[in-house]
Design a protein around this ligand. Structure first.
Ligand code: FES
Ligand SMILES: [Fe+2]
Length: 447
């Protein structure tokens, strides 16, 4: 490893016990390159939702780190994830962001690939190659493993990765279940994509950040888009899982459930509160059982490490790295198929007004992340580590007899610390064997 990448033994990139982080991790190109290899090329990455590719030949273009991948339904009905780079000279074999095709035809010299990535033909196979080419060896590169969980398609480029369900663990699965339990979902056509001048990790760690809401989004509060009570509650539930997954944010109390039920189920008049829109499915006994005694009370933001945020406002967001100083955000609006046209319109309206380039909240957040990234670039400013110490050593993990656990406390930075602890472990592990052996188990007892 490049010595510049070696954290010193006295002060690793992230000092887990003190919550102090070396901010060069937001700026160093060598660290960024290592992230692409050790995090993105190694982990399971969300690449598409099955509703986007229902029929044979349907495809959606996605990314695993900086590797562009075509997610396509093949002739057997299986989902293939193919690296969009022709083995002949490296050209892309597909330029569209999504669509339907019979094959992938390279625009440079015309090599043609079937939906499962096999090279099926090329101009001049007889006349120029004189039949001396092993087509079976020159197909598109396939992801090492592709698996779908409740309609969410994930792929890994590393054959040694554990199976998806094991990788997700109960917390990653719970995060996806929280969205999937709303009903049979479909992605609204038109994934909203925009770029921010920020390091991808700052966008990721913000999803646990309920400290900034009252300040960063103060203008949204003044406009009435958010309420202090509803959107910036002091009480928080943090659920930590293996490999860096987690869920952080408010919990629903039994009193709030009772209130929700009386107003929504029994038709009592009253303006719906914040939790009505995102937590109404929790009134169902089946959903409660499915999410478990701890999980059903969480309205936090699930994070699937490394870069998928499940925003329970009917959206999920990928934070795709574009160099150390830039991130592409892809917002998928996801709604139950059972919604009426009116409800669907409202869901899309809410989604686009909160997040994405037109979203009021993301404009606030994006400015802050960009300036934090800039602050990591100055040769002097970057010498000063940054502070993720809120709540350290102050809380306990509650363990339910069901096996689920959570930290129930006030606004805190447990989720952010867990993210950087996991990030550091991923970055220091040589391979999956080392990561499986050495990664931290979610904390128990005092945190
Ligand atoms: S680069 Fe694709 S056919 Fe030559
Ligand atoms: Fe925010």
């Amino acid at each position: 490893m490049n010595t510049a990448l070696q954290p010193s033994t006295s002060m690793p990139w992230f000092d887990v016990n003190k919550g102090i982080l070396d901010r060069r991790i937001f700026a160093d190109p060598a660290i960024y390159k290592l992230e692409l290899e050790r995090i993105f090329a190694r982990g399971w990455n969300f690449v598409a939702h099955e509703s986007q590719i229902p029929a044979t030949g349907d495809f959606f273009m996605s990314f695993i780190g900086e590797d562009q991948v075509i997610v396509v339904r093949d002739r057997k009905g299986d989902v293939q994830v193919l690296i969009n780079s022709c083995p002949h000279r490296g050209n892309t074999v597909c330029r569209a962001e999504q669509g339907h095709t019979n094959s992938f035809f390279c625009s440079y010299h015309g090599w043609n690939f079937d939906l499962d990535g096999r090279l099926v033909g090329m101009p001049g196979e007889e006349a120029f190659y004189r039949k001396d080419i092993d087509k079976a060896a020159w197909g598109l590169t396939r992801a090492a493993q592709v698996t779908s969980y409740r309609g969410f398609v994930f792929a890994t480029l590393d054959a040694a990765a554990p199976p998806l369900e094991e990788y997700l663990g109960w917390v990653g699965r719970l995060g996806l279940d929280m969205m999937a339990s709303k009903g049979e979902l479909e992605v609204v056509d038109g994934v909203v994509k925009n770029r921010l001048k920020c390091n991808w990790k700052l966008a990721v760690d913000n999803l646990y950040d309920w400290y900034h809401v009252g300040v960063s989004h103060g203008s949204a509060m003044r406009l009435g888009l958010l309420t202090t009570e509803g959107n910036a509650p002091d009480s928080q539930m943090v659920i930590l899982g293996e490999y860096g997954h987690g869920i952080g944010g408010p919990g629903i109390s039994e009193a709030q459930f009772a209130d929700m039920e009386s107003r929504l189920v029994h038709g009592k008049a009253g303006e719906p509160q914040w939790y009505d829109r995102t937590g109404i499915n929790r009134l169902s006994a089946e959903v409660r059982a499915e999410l478990g005694p701890v999980g059903y009370r969480s309205l936090g933001h699930p994070s699937i490490f490394p870069n998928l945020w499940i925003a329970l406002t009917n959206q999920i967001c990928l934070r795709i790295p574009r160099g150390p100083f830039e991130t592409e955000l892809w917002w998928f609006t996801m709604v139950p198929k059972s919604l009426t046209a009116e409800q669907r319109r409202e869901a899309v309206f809410v989604a686009t007004h909160y997040f994405g380039p037109a979203g009021l909240l993301e404009q606030d957040d994006g400015e802050n992340w960009s300036h934090s990234t800039r602050g990591a670039q100055g040769s002097v400013s970057q010498r000063r580590p940054v502070n993720y110490a809120m709540g350290i050593g102050q809380d306990r993990v509650y363990e339910d007899s069901s096996g689920q656990s959570a930290i129930e406390t006030v606004v805190n930075e447990h989720g952010q610390r867990w993210t950087y602890q996991a990030w550091q472990e991923w970055m220091l592990a040589e391979d999956w064997d080392a990561l499986k052996k050495n990664h931290s188990q979610p904390p128990r007892g005092s945190v």
